[in-house]
Write a protein that binds this ligand. Structure first.
Ligand code: ZN
Length: 120
């Protein structure tokens, strides 16, 4: 099973970068966790925020956020609407379901009409 993060929203912030003090480099990215297995692909409710500066190419961790950044991130978090959690079955899952259905049907037929299948 693989967990991936997909970018759902990107917001440019006007705050000073704590690293290079540039005011037009900060970008807040919202990423949502996405799970993928052989059977299904699903989007979870788990959201991760990441703050990056495009000027100095550094990731700004919450430890070094200023109060102003904290406030803006908080505001953006409230305004952010995540993608609804969803689950999408892959073809393999459908094939397995169909096979299970067919087997169930066969078992029922065998129980109801054993003579048809020469089982009596
Ligand atoms: Zn910077």
């Amino acid at each position: 099973m693989t967990d991936k993060l997909i970018t759902v929203k990107e917001v440019s912030l006007n705050n000073n970068c704590p690293e290079c003090y540039s005011t037009d480099g900060l970008t807040l990215t919202f990423k949502q966790k996405f799970k993928e297995t052989k059977f299904y692909r699903s989007i979870t409710n788990e959201v991760v925020e990441e703050l990056k500066c495009n000027k100095c190419q550094s990731t700004i961790y919450p430890v070094s956020w200023t109060d102003a950044i904290d406030r803006v991130v908080d505001y953006q978090k409230k305004a952010f609407v995540p993608k609804p959690a969803s689950l999408k079955l892959k073809r393999l899952a459908w094939i397995i379901f169909i096979v299970i259905d067919l087997i169930t049907l066969l078992v029922i037929l065998m129980l109801l009409f054993p003579e048809v299948l020469g089982m009596s």
